[in-house]
Design a protein around this ligand. Structure first.
Ligand code: MOS
Length: 735
């Protein structure tokens, strides 16, 4: 049976707090932890499939034009080479989860450097890679490629649906006691998952089975079926373990389409793994951004006007536009508002969702501009934020669901030992080093997605959860297991969680931080349906029923679950629908960051000394996995503030630093001991679990706390991220 719950109203029942098992919220270890650290977790490319061929993609070396010839004969003579596949359908470009997308209309057309054009299949990976290197491809090259979104040649489209204009910001700026009008820029980012994109495809003449590394199987199955010309019911996708995705595995990618087409054409299993350079050059990027912030404040710091206008970019024909103004719509006061987003069309690889699309870079600019305003007024930046928390959503005029935003700021300040009394820069020096502190708010919109999960309570008193939901390293296996254990009164070790297989009910997928609140709610709903049946068997109401450690009790009598079920399993499917709740209440996750940095007066090198985050995300389902997400987000914040920068060659648009040696993500020595505090709250508008998303919150604003600390240390305000030593040195005071 399927039970459906639609989230049209806040769910105030708060049922999880009535349960007795006591496993929800606890920092229990990951169910998949031992398999991962002992190397027994099988990732997409690691399955042992007899007779499997290896394949390597070949990618375009021009940015605009078309393929005129592929000289297959030149490599077909090489040892071990089985086939060269030039099927245009593999060039299908898609970075976004969504409804299945058809391949590009003119398949030979190239519109970015690195676009996949062919697949070389061989007996071994080495043979395939060698042949791929020598495959000769001829092109007709167009001379009008545009690589830079800021040049006049780049066509720009306004994203009118993303705009919000209210009152008169120009007037508010003219009349303000204090105002800042500043433009920040951020560069492209790569999602840089440790596991490269990989697929192993098998074709039995009717069904295509693909082990791959994807985040959103229920969409991916439609996308892949569409690309290879099959019905979705003839495609099975399996993603049991995913070594990070961060958005780059939301939508089906070229290696999966190419491996599938090759397996179907050759009637043999085919494995295709992207080279690291291809992950950078051929999957997708986070758009670079240019963001103008206009903040018009009254004498006391309260905002009268608020403006956030941004330019982002994407390929011609792609619909995604990095939603950098997303949190700006609800975070702060200001009656006169202008929020706009523009999209430039450029020949850089597809821009798509990279961890916290929007806020990751939008909050970077906004929170530095807020710091500039605080300095302008001479007000503690903590106080500036507290004075600007709105009572109601500034444009939608709807109330907020529980935020705890002010609590995060004040508790974080206390925990960090924040001194807001004197915020003048260049006050503290230790030898060669300027020392400074900075803070920033965290905010991330709360997303929900439709989800189903099946829960079977077995006659032996164990439970099995099944959904095509993925665990991309976030802790989904564990959290879903905890929800069922709590609701059914079982020890966690008696719950088996099976994910990442499209033969299971369609979950929410991992994206937009909606995994736990959405698929978790589906598990919760299924368990409610099971509880109702158990209550009936015990002759009580669901409210009277208590379940703990495999025993059911009500009104003084109790029976073991195994006795109650008398040899019969109970299986229920929970179906969660997001409903209309987001029209009624403005729901988001909040927090605050505090950083202390040392900046070298002679080299401009920045070392982060202390970094703290306090977060509010509704109920904390597992303190260990939730905290771990926040730590990861703060590390991303360090990367975006200090080093991460996709560099495109101005002549041909290729990425100059397409690997983890040249594209610098933070390593251990870049990261100090991080301090994270989670406020354990309840948000009835978040989900029936009263939990919200956590995955992306830690990156939303964290880099700005570092940028603000650098300013406080040495008085250098860098408005172009990342804040590399050369930029810091260009403004370094000579004292
Ligand atoms: Mo996320 S960037 O929506 O995987």
């Amino acid at each position: 049976m399927t039970r459906t719950f639609t989230m049209d109203e806040p769910d105030t029942r708060n049922r999880l707090d009535d349960m007795l098992q006591g496993v929800i919220g606890t920092p229990c270890d990951r169910l998949d932890g031992a398999a991962k650290v002992t190397g027994t977790a099988t990732y997409a490319a690691e399955y042992q499939i007899e007779g499997c061929l290896d394949a390597v993609l070949v990618t375009a070396t021009i940015a605009k034009g078309e393929v005129t010839d592929i000289d297959e004969a030149s490599v077909l003579r090489m040892p071990g080479v089985i086939a060269v596949l030039c099927d245009p359908r593999m060039t299908t470009r898609s970075a976004q989860g969504g409804a299945g997308k058809a391949p590009t209309q003119n398949p030979q057309e190239i519109d970015y450097y690195g676009q996949p054009v062919a697949l070389v299949v061989a007996e071994s990976f080495e043979q395939a890679r060698h042949a791929a290197k020598y495959l000769k491809i001829s092109y007709r090259e167009d001379s009008d490629a545009v690589f830079d979104p800021h040049v006049a040649a780049a066509p720009v489209e306004e994203q009118t649906g993303k705009s919000e204009i209210k009152g008169n910001l120009d007037r508010a700026m003219r009349e303000a006691e204090h105002a800042v009008d500043v433009t920040y820029t951020t560069e492209g980012h790569n999602s840089a998952p440790m596991e490269p994109h990989a697929a192993m495809a098998q074709w039995d003449g009717e069904t295509l089975t693909v082990h791959l590394s994807m985040q959103m199987l229920k969409y991916n199955v439609k996308e892949l079926a569409d690309a290879v010309g099959l019905k979705p019911q003839n495609v099975r996708l399996i993603s049991r373990y995913v070594g990070g995705g961060f958005g780059s595995k939301l939508g089906i990618t070229a290696e999966a389409v190419a491996a599938s087409l090759a397996a179907m054409a050759l009637n043999r299993p085919v494995r295709a793994v992207m080279l690291r350079q291809q992950v950078f050059q051929s999957v997708m990027r986070r758009s670079e951004t240019s963001q103008r912030l206009r903040l018009a404040a009254k004498a006391d710091g309260r905002l009268a006007g608020f403006g956030h206008e941004a330019l982002v970019s994407n390929l011609p024909g792609e619909s995604f536009a990095e939603p950098v103004t997303q949190a700006s719509k609800f975070l702060y006061r200001g009656d006169d508002r202008t929020i706009r987003l523009e999209l430039a069309r450029v020949n850089r690889l597809t821009a798509g969702s990279v961890r916290a699309p929007g806020e990751a870079v939008g909050m970077l600019a906004l929170e530095c501009a807020m710091d500039e305003l605080a300095n302008e007024i001479g007000l503690d930046p903590v106080e500036l934020r507290l004075r600007n928390i709105p009572d109601r959503h500034p444009t939608k005029d709807i109330p907020y669901s529980p935020r705890n935003f002010a609590e995060c700021i004040t508790l974080g300040a206390e925990r960090f030992g924040w001194d807001g009394a004197d915020r003048k820069p260049c006050q503290r020096r230790e030898g060669e080093w300027w020392i400074g502190t900075g803070m920033a708010s965290a905010a991330r919109v709360h997303n929900l997605n439709e989800a189903q999960a099946r829960v079977r309570l077995c006659a032996d008193g164990t439970a099995i959860i099944e959904s095509d939901m993925t665990d991309i390293g976030t802790g989904t296996y564990t959290v879903l297991g905890q929800i069922a254990a709590e609701m059914l009164g079982l020890r966690l070790e008696n719950v088996l969680v099976r994910l990442g297989d499209t033969t299971f009910p369609p979950g929410a997928g991992s994206g937009g931080s909606w995994g736990a609140p959405s698929t978790g709610s589906a598990v919760f709903i299924a368990c409610e349906a099971i509880r109702a049946q158990l209550a009936q068997k015990l002759g009580c109401t669901d409210e009277e029923l208590s379940l703990k450690d495999g025993t059911a009790s009500a009104g003084g009598h109790q029976r073991s679950l195994t006795a109650l079920m008398a040899g019969e399993d109970i299986s229920e499917t929970g179906h969660f629908k997001p409903g209309a709740i987001s029209d009624k209440l403005a729901t988001a996750m909040y927090g605050a960051f505090f950083a202390e940095v040392a900046v070298n007066a002679y080299s401009g090198e920045t070392r982060i000394r202390r970094f703290h985050g306090t977060f509010s995300l509704g109920r904390v389902l597992n303190h260990k996995t939730a905290r771990s997400q926040c730590l990861g987000g703060m590390v991303w914040g360090i990367g975006s503030a200090m080093t991460e920068d996709l560099i495109f060659d101005r002549r041909d648009g290729h990425i100059v630093n397409p690997d983890l040696a040249e594209y610098h993500v933070p390593v251990s020595l870049d990261v100090p001991e991080l301090d994270v505090v989670l406020l354990d709250g309840r948000d009835p508008a978040g989900s029936p679990l009263q939990a919200k998303g956590v995955g992306e919150l830690g990156i939303c604003g964290s880099g700005s706390a570092i940028g603000n600390a650098i300013y406080n240390a040495c008085g250098v305000r860098v408005r172009s991220f990342p804040i590399t030593p050369d930029k810091v040195m260009s403004g370094m005071p000579e004292i």
